[in-house]
Design a protein around this ligand. Structure first.
Ligand SMILES: [Fe+2]
Ligand SMILES: [Fe+2]
Length: 235
């Protein structure tokens, strides 16, 4: 018997503008004995190893733009002489955007990595979400021109981010979160490719890779890693 055809539908969060579920129902109407819903390894995606490491996600799940963005940010922080924890925070800061979700990605990313990193690293990743929107002349950080383009010149930052910024300002880890925004490249340099293996040692020292592989260690965020391994599973 030949392999069945596998169908997938976008995540509910991407279908929220379709309250009658028309798009989902159309896909489901095509089901039959040889046509099933996606579950397990999606043949259209690179196969993940059984026990995935952090860099496996960078290599096999993240697009080129996200991967380069994170590697370039970390390389810049390292070049500027920041402590390894800050370099790691830069390497991880947009990890949720790699292959999970972009909305409020700083918060998702912080939660995703929290079981595996020092608390300061997760804190910094969470707070880059707010700090990006607030200039800090003391370290020459300006409001990104890219956001004027994305949101318009009169965009007003929502209250929850203003409050997060105010709380972060007086915090002892403010500098670590601020460093992320400093090395966050708002204009992406397409032609600078950095080998992820440059960060192998640093990851080994500061990221607690579970021996079972990310997604399979029973941590509070294992399901988030599994969602990136099998992003098109129907349920
Ligand atoms: Fe970000
Ligand atoms: Fe970024």
């Amino acid at each position: 018997m030949s392999e069945p055809k596998r169908l997938s539908v976008p995540q509910p969060i991407a279908l929220i503008d379709d309250p009658d579920n028309a798009r989902e129902r159309e896909v489901l109407s095509a089901l039959g004995p040889e046509t099933l819903m996606m579950v397990g390894d999606n043949p259209a995606l690179p196969r993940m190893p059984e026990k995935p490491t952090l860099l496996d996600f960078y290599r096999l799940r993240f697009g080129k733009t996200a991967r380069n963005h994170l590697l370039q940010s970390a390389a810049l922080a390292r070049k500027a002489g920041h402590p390894e924890k800050v370099v790691l925070a830069c390497l991880l800061h947009d990890i949720a955007m790699g292959a999970l979700i972009r909305t409020d990605h700083g918060y998702w990313g912080a939660q995703l990595i929290a079981p595996y990193v020092d608390e300061e690293v997760a804190w910094a990743v969470e707070h880059h979400q707010a700090l990006r929107f607030f200039a800090d002349p003391e370290v020459n950080y300006e409001y990104p021109q890219a956001y004027v383009r994305f949101y318009g010149a009169d965009y007003e930052v929502p209250d929850y981010l203003k409050q997060a910024y105010a709380r972060a300002r007086g915090h002892r880890w403010y500098g670590s979160a601020r460093a992320i925004t400093l090395y966050d490249l708002y204009a992406f340099e397409e032609d600078v490719a950095i080998d992820a293996r440059e960060f192998d040692d640093l990851i080994g020292r500061h990221f607690r890779q579970p021996k079972e592989g990310l997604g399979f260690d029973g941590s509070p965020t294992a399901h988030m890693w599994r969602t990136m391994i099998w992003p098109n599973n129907f349920l």
